[in-house]
Ligand binder design. Sequence first.
Ligand SMILES: *[C@@H]1O[C@H](CO)[C@@H](O)[C@H](O)[C@H]1NC(C)=O
Ligand SMILES: *[C@@H]1O[C@H](CO)[C@@H](O)[C@H](O)[C@H]1NC(C)=O
Ligand SMILES: *[C@@H]1O[C@H](CO)[C@@H](O)[C@H](O)[C@H]1NC(C)=O
Ligand SMILES: *[C@@H]1O[C@H](CO)[C@@H](O)[C@H](O)[C@H]1NC(C)=O
Length: 968
Amino acid sequence: MSLNGAGYAVERYTQATLVRSAIRLDKNQMSEAVILLVVKKIGVALGNEAINQAASYFQKYVAQLTELQGSMGRIRRELRLMHEFLSRMDIRNRKNKMYEIWVEDVRMLAHQIEDIVDDYSHLVSHKIKHDDTGWATYLKKGFKRMKGPNALLSLNRIAPSVKEAEANLVHLFQAKERWVRMVADETSGESSCYIVEASRHLASISCSLSEEDLVGVDENRRRLCEWLAGDKLEREVIVLHGMGGLGKTTLAANVYRNEREKFECHAWVSISQTYSIKNILKCLIIELFRNAKQNPPANIEDMKTEGLQDELKAFLRDRKYLVILDDVWAPEAIGNLFGALVSNLKGSRVLVTTRINGVTHLAFPDKRIMLEPLSQNESWELFCKTAFPREKKLECPTEVTQLAYQIASKCKGVPLATVSVGRLLLVRDKTEEEFRRIHNQLDWELINNPSMEHVRNILYLSYIYLPTQLKSCFLYCSLFPDDYLFTRKKLVRWWIAEGFVEKRGGSTMEEVAEGYLKELVHLNMLQLVERNSFGRIKAFRMHDIVHELAVDLCRRECFGVSYSCENKHVEFLEEKDERRMVIHRLDKDINQVISSECRLRSFIALDKAMPSSTLLPLLAEKCRYMSVLELSGLPIDNVPDAIGDLFNLRHLGLRDSNVKLLPNSIEKLSNLLTLDLCTSEIQELPRGIIKLNKLRHLFAEKANDRSGRQLRCRTGVCIPRGLKNLRELQTLQALQAQDEPLSWLGELRQMRSIKIWDVKGSCCECLCESLRQMEFLSYLSIAASDENEILNLSSLNPLPSNLEKLRLRGRLAQASMLLGAAGGQNHLHSIHLSWSQLVDDPLPSLSRWSNLTDLLLNRAYVGDELVFRHGWFPTLKELYVGDMPHLKRIEIQQGSMASLQQLYLVNLSSMMEVPPGIEFLTSTLKSLGFAEITQQFLAALHQCSRINCGIRWWYTLLGEDRTQEALM
Ligand SMILES: *[C@@H]1O[C@H](CO)[C@@H](O)[C@H](O)[C@H]1NC(C)=O
Ligand SMILES: *[C@@H]1O[C@H](CO)[C@@H](O)[C@H](O)[C@H]1NC(C)=O
Ligand SMILES: *[C@@H]1O[C@H](CO)[C@@H](O)[C@H](O)[C@H]1NC(C)=O
Ligand SMILES: *[C@@H]1O[C@H](CO)[C@@H](O)[C@H](O)[C@H]1NC(C)=O
């Protein structure tokens, strides 16, 4: 512990230990996931065509290879049976000691087999890179350069290990028959299996969550809003208190969202359990500044606690601020913080949510709200809403009403538990038998794990019913800090690289993974935090109680470890059979964490301050099996040659690093799926990149101007010859087109997301031809090579039918032609036009894209007036208009942009008049900003009665940094 929270640490620790011992016996649930991963791996290894080619090259080894393959196949069949058996297992066996030991053995063997399979795949795929004789020697002797304990096994050594593994498996099966007595489910022998089956259909159900789940909170919400808005000028502290799962955070978030715009600045900070006061201060400052549209102090990373406190005080002193401190665990945790939350006379408010009694005294007694469990009626209402939603035309069949009512009441009015059980029932048959089964299992949990928090028992049930692949995905998320904000795309790429996701029918792995994500959100295992402007899941967190549960499950199974300074989990590092490691914060030498016998498959570093120069060489040397390496944000300069030895590597994340060049050895990473060098210093890729024919996502872009307003704010990489070989590519950000016509680009048929910089007008026609062949394209960004180059995109008409986001940067030949062609169905939701310098008003043609939710016009138009007419842009949520020196007037007619939530006008130096009609937006607008405005325009804003009648707005003056809030 870094601060005076020793008592707190002890409390936390005891709590964690209690929980851990309570669910100590639940190993089988995880082994199931481990086994499934190995089964998949063997499948891939056997499907490797190289081995068949190899056989024809090397008569001498045919027999040996065939035999090996045979063994592998048999192992795979056994493991599959094992997996099926474990997933059918009645959960009551979890208390069976013999069974527990047996399952642990299965898990260990599965890990051993995983290692062998990786060696085997490596061996087989290496054939391709060696000539005949080279490979023959290689088969016999193994990889010469590799020495020490990690040296890979040659064929001669793999074969016996496979045999041994096979024998061990057989033995394990026999041992089970002999020793392990199982409890059978007397109602039906296939219960759990059936349940797992039923869960598989979850994907089709769309998700809905959170605020709709607020039942019976009207009174509390009203009181909260009243206090926040009250006319008391002293800073006030409000505490929202209650046990886990009552919906404190949800209620706070709801109120925060609705009230925050009434404050000059606001911030939401989750106090993670591994908090440090310095981190909280830093987060607060960054959030406050960002929400006030200002850049945080540049040296914030180097500041000491005192410096951060001073910075915060100075910022808050004269402002009306709103700060939410979510889930505070100990009063000491924020004692230091309160000094910096200045007690000014501006009507500022601090809202604290907590589960801990000792925290309530932060607020005066009349400013505390104790959340109570729901009443029976409310609880039943919420349960029915989730289990039998009216919009799905479901209702509770009379024959199960009694049972359903009993199940609901077992949740004791805790919304989180109620919703979680409700969701579970939603996807089951509405039969008496099924309801009775759930009822009995819930009972069993509650009776057998009395030490576990009530809610956790109920959540645990949701976990048990997850299909195996979702279990892995779920546990994976628990390796991250409890307040970690996941984003969809990033998490999906990690899951795929981890091997959790299978291709399903015509869907890509990415699509399947997004389905998983929706399921987890739907089941309340992940909480939705943000959707993008057109409603797609964008960011989410794990609920803290769910996180605690998952952490405990995860640790015991060697699924992975997370590492942080106040490590409560240190004891587990000794097991040394972990396959995944996430570093939250590192306070010691990395050498002490990575053992020499390292079998890690994933390493994710979240601590951007950890020493990074020796990290990559160390990992490349010691962790041969590594498949996911995520080092984004670390100031890494060089990638060592040895990276090429990580034959298993599927994900390499070096976003925001200082990497300028990649070594040629990259070409050996034949399993790589994602290479992420976004906003690094990279400008060129090694030629060998074209050999990575499994690559799906390639990010390589250098940032020149972080504001993104310059024409050439970023640079792509030069195009390596032969890039068209990468047939699996879905993401390519970004290419530096220069004089290339890019006619081959169309061969990349899987492309979803492409960004091209430095395009010459003369190449446009050819480029468009290529782009039209990408039928799945959903994101397209094209930037001209200079200000006067003209992009003629008339050949891209009609636009690819799946296009969702379009970014055009540079002069446009004819906006009306390209952009007016909104024929038929389309999915275009977002258009950004920068530097187009159009002479004709682009709005009439843009308005025909009636499904737009996001529109940005930056230097897009040289005229002096823009008129938004009645009925235009009915679904638009975000509008940005900037850097147009001639624009004098923006008119908003009644009935245009009827859903607009955010409006930003930036650097419009000729504008003197407050946009007529802006008052029509009042009912929907949540954020209104005028940046870099003139004194005259400011005066006009202040005098304008249309705007000062209920809309809150902020502004910055031209040439000044400080954001001001206009108050009413
Ligand atoms: C609960 O609901 C029942 C029937 O819907 C009603 O009769 C009863 O008065 C309600 N109880 C409370 C406390 O609201
Ligand atoms: C744009 O290209 C099309 C053919 O691709 C051509 O017909 C048209 O004249 C061009 N427009 C301009 C303004 O150059
Ligand atoms: C807007 O979206 C709806 C539904 O997604 C679709 O039916 C309609 O054709 C779209 N409108 C246009 C102009 O593409
Ligand atoms: C603001 O607009 C002017 C005129 O268009 C331009 O010269 C200037 O670069 C813009 N400011 C920024 C920060 O882009």
